[in-house]
Structures are given as C-alpha cells and as structure tokens.
Design a protein around this ligand. Structure first.
Ligand SMILES: Nc1ncnc2c1ncn2[C@@H]1O[C@H](COP(=O)(O)OP(=O)(O)O)[C@@H](O)[C@H]1O
Ligand SMILES: [Mg+2]
Length: 491
C-alpha cells in the first residue's frame, strides 16, 4: 500500500497542520506581546528619567535663584528660565556634575532651549545630534512623545534609540526641552533571540509530534494490519480461520469481534449447505440403487409376468418416496426464501386438531396407542390453515411413529399471556440429550438405522412453519420417559 494513501498518513498530516497553525498563531501573538511589553518598559524608563531630570534641574535652578535674590535683589523675571543665559549655564553645570551619576549612565540626555538650540548634552553624545526635525518644526507648541530613531554617535556607528522628548513649561510658556534616549540594541537582540527560538521550535515540535504520531498510529493500527493479513487468507473453503482479537476494549476489538461473528455465521451456513447437499445425494442414491438393482436382475432373463409386476410395484414405491422427499424439500426451500404466501385467517386450533385426529386415531389404534385431546377455549390465532395442519400432523406423526405399542399420546391446547400453546406429549423412548439439539436439522434422524419410515425433514418443516408465524417451539425429553413438544403462537 502506498504510504501517502494510508489513514495513518492522512491523520498525521491533518494533525500536523492543525498543530502548525495553532503554534504559528500562538508564536505570533507571543512575539508581539513581548515586543510591546519590551517597548513599554523602555518607554516607562526613559519618560520617568526625563521627568526626574527636569525636576532635578528645576530644583537646582530654584536654589541658585534664592541665593541670588539674597545677594542683590535682581527683578524676578530675570530669573525666568526662558532664553536665559544663567539658566543655560546652570543646566550645563548640573549635567556636568551629574555625569557620573549611575542613573544617567546607560542613557543619553540632551537639553534644548525654547527655540530648539542645543544647551547641553551628556558626555557620551557628540554635539552634532540635535532635536528631531518634526519637533523643531512644531516649536514652541510641542508635546511630550516617544520616537524610535537611528542615531550616529561618536564611534560613527548608527544605532537605534528609543527617544523621549519632554517639553518643560514655565508660566504657560515653553521653558526648555529635555530629551532622553535609550539604545534599543538589547531589546532588538532579545526579540531576535525570541524569534529564532520560535522559528526553530515550531517546525521541530510539529516534526517530532508528526513522527510520534506516525509511530503511535502504527501501534494502534497494527492489529488492523494483522487482520488484513488473515482476511487475505480466508476463502470459501477456509472459513475456519479467525482474526486475532486485540487485547483492548476499543473499536478495533469490536471490529475484530464483529468480523469473527460474521465468519462464524458464514462458516455455519456454508458447512450446513454442504452437509445438506451430501444428505440429499445420499437420500436419493438409496432408492435409485434399489430400483436399478431390481431392474438389472429382472432383465437378465425372461420372467413370468408376476415378477415384472412385483419389481414395478417396488420401483413405484421408491419413486413415491423420492417425490415425497422433493415435495418436502421444495416446501422448506419456499419457507427459506420466504416465497411461501401465508393466508393468515382466524383459525380455531381446537377444530383443526379434532379434524386431524379423526385420521390419526385410526393409525394409532392399529398400534394400540391411545390419543387424548385436552382442548382449552378459546384457541384462535391468525394463521395459515394448511401450514398449521401440516405442523400438527408432523408432530402427531412422530409421536405415533416413535411410541411403542400400548403407549399414550396427549395433545392439549392452552391459552394465556397472549399466547396459544399446543403441546404434544408421548410415552415413547424419548430423545437422548446429545441428539436433542439436532432434531430440527434437515435430514437428521436420531437413529437412522431405525426401520421406521421418514427422511428427517418433518421437524425442520415444523420449525419453519413456527418461525413463519412468529411462534416458538420447545422440546423436553427424557430417554425412556417420553417427549413433549410445546409450540406457542402469539395471539
Ligand atoms: N416424539 C418423538 N419421540 C422420539 N423421538 C422423536 C420424536 N419426534 C422426533 N424424534 C426424533 O427426531 C428425529 C427427527 O424427526 P423428524 O424431523 O420428524 O424426522 P423423521 O420423523 O422423518 O425421522 C427423528 O428421527 C427422531 O429421532
Ligand atoms: Mg417425522
């Protein structure tokens, strides 16, 4: 079998695709979340630094302001920070003094005046770096905001920075601008690392899961492979083979069980068909052999007419026997193929039995057998009269045939539980427990050597008739104590 067409392959591919899709979506969400929170933390960091710096410079300026006021009474507005040379100097001094402060270490700081001119920047920046162009163009009404910029610093190396621009307002006027930048190299590196891990992990996970899936599917489907192998070996002549039942409780076990049940039934049908054919051949062979033998003998020489008459009579007897067998077989075949059309009419069984007994009692009397009938009223069912007559006849015929002279036969009807029951019992030899399960089989006779006449088809026909009327038949027998057949029909 081509692997790409197997269920195992299809399930695995489907499973891998679903997994890849889920993991893909998951990875994208994860990456973007990480990226956002990285930027957020950098933004929080630089904005709080910028606020801190503005606050510290203002405090520093305030101190100087008070000092000067004490020393010489200069008018207040001279101390406005806006475009004030003194403020510039103080800001420059503050930055120089704080340059070693660890809080300013990893970041870059610029200060610009209200016109956007560069006042001072932290040591690690070449002065060439100014305000971003769009900030300059919107002066003096600028707003605090974040940007990502590529800056070329002293080492002439371009690097990405996250930049925060903070306008500091004094009396509703822009006093100066603090700008803080944080290199993004670390953030980008972390993101690239995350991306790489996700890129490697995703296909790897999908691949490993797929491989494990194929393996597991292989284990799960192994019993199916074994079943297929066995099934290949099964032919009409080889119906005894059975598939191995896996030691589980799953669908595959169920399949195997069902399959074996089917084989069992097929085997039974097939065997019984073969048996049936053998039996028919056997039944037909005997009368034909007898006829042929007698004719061959009588033709050897001229004989008196009585001789011919005797042989012809005997041949006629055998031919009658053969045609009775065929009649019975035909009837059975019709029941089997459900071709028989039952004329269902209300039928009073008691009247029917009385009618049959008129004939049967004569035969029984010859054998000195007493037949007792115990009718119960009402005993009316919907049934086909011809079939039921045949059924009762067959049961009574057996009872009379197998009960020795001086015996007793009882036939009774009873009514109850929505059932009409006919029971036929005798005081005959009974049926051995080994024979009991087979008496309804075609051509089965418990004692085939018994010289009594019959083909072993009577009870098969009885059973077919009972089934055609949705009834049931039971037999109870103890050797040497007689037999009782009980037939029940739904009302
Ligand atoms: N009333 C009975 N008492 C003892 N044996 C019986 C009785 N009815 C049936 N049997 C056994 O069941 C076998 C099958 O019966 P049946 O199908 O009617 O065939 P047949 O009557 O032609 O032998 C008989 O051969 C006989 O061995
Ligand atoms: Mg019979």
């Amino acid at each position: 079998m081509i692997f790409s067409k197997t269920t195992r392959f299809k399930i695995t591919i489907l499973y891998m695709s679903i997994l890849a899709l889920t993991l893909g979506v998951f990875s994208i969400l994860l990456y973007h979340n990480f990226r956002r929170s990285y930027f957020e933390s950098v933004d929080n960091f630089i904005s709080s630094r910028a606020q801190g710096i503005a606050y510290a410079i203002d405090a520093y300026w305030e101190e100087e302001h008070l000092e000067t006021m004490k020393n010489g009474g200069v008018p207040g507005d001279v101390f406005s920070k806006v475009n004030n040379i003194n403020f510039t100097r103080i800001a420059q001094r503050w930055i120089k003094e704080q340059s070693d402060d660890p809080r300013l270490m990893g970041i870059l700081v610029w200060i610009f005046d209200a016109r956007g001119n560069h006042i001072v920047s932290s040591r690690n920046i070449s002065p060439a770096v100014g305000l971003p162009r769009e900030v300059v163009s919107s002066l003096p009404d600028i707003k605090a905001g974040f940007r990502t910029l590529d800056l070329t610093l002293m080492e002439a190396r371009t690097q990405s920075f996250r930049v925060y621009t903070l306008p500091v307002i004094e009396n509703n006027r822009l006093a100066y601008i603090v700008q803080v930048a944080n290199p993004l190299g670390g953030v980008y590196q972390a993101l690239i690392r995350l991306k790489t891990i996700l890129f490697i992990l995703l296909p790897l996970t999908v691949f490993i899961t797929g491989a494990v899936g194929v393996f597991l599917a292989g284990i799960t489907l192994r019993p199916v492979d074994a079943m297929i192998k066995t099934i290949h070996q099964i032919t009409a002549e080889n119906l005894k083979l059975r598939v191995t039942i896996p030691d589980t409780k799953d669908e595959i076990k169920h399949l195997a069980d069902t399959f074996n049940d089917m084989l069992e039934r097929l085997d039974k049908t097939f065997t019984s068909q073969q048996q049936f054919l053998q039996d028919i051949s056997h039944e037909l062979k005997t009368p034909l052999t007898i006829i042929r033998g007698e004719i061959e003998v009588i033709l050897k020489k001229k004989r008196p007419p009585e001789e011919y008459e005797r042989v012809l009579k005997s041949a006629l007897e055998e031919i009658n026997r053969v045609s009775r067998i065929f009649e019975n077989l035909l009837l059975l075949a019709r029941f089997d193929s459900k071709k028989i059309s039952l004329e269902l009419k209300p039928l009073d069984i008691n009247i029917l039995i009385k009618d049959i007994l008129d004939d049967t009692e004569q035969i029984a009397r010859q054998k000195n057998i007493k037949i007792t009938f115990l009718p119960a009223s009402p005993a009316v069912i919907q049934a086909d009269e011809y079939s039921i007559r045949r059924l009762v006849l067959n049961l009574l015929d057996n009872a009379v045939k197998y009960t020795p002279a001086g015996g007793d036969i009882r036939i009774s009807t009873s009514w109850g539980n929505n059932l009409v029951v006919i029971a036929v019992s005798d005081t005959g030899p009974g049926i051995s427990p080994e024979a009991l399960p087979q008496i309804f089989d075609r051509f089965y006779r418990a004692d085939a050597s018994r010289s009594s006449d019959g083909f072993g088809l009577g009870l098969s026909i009885v059973k077919s008739i009972v089934q055609a009327h949705n009834g049931t038949i039971e037999v109870k027998s103890n050797p040497s104590q007689g037999t009782i057949f009980t037939v029940s029909f739904p009302v």
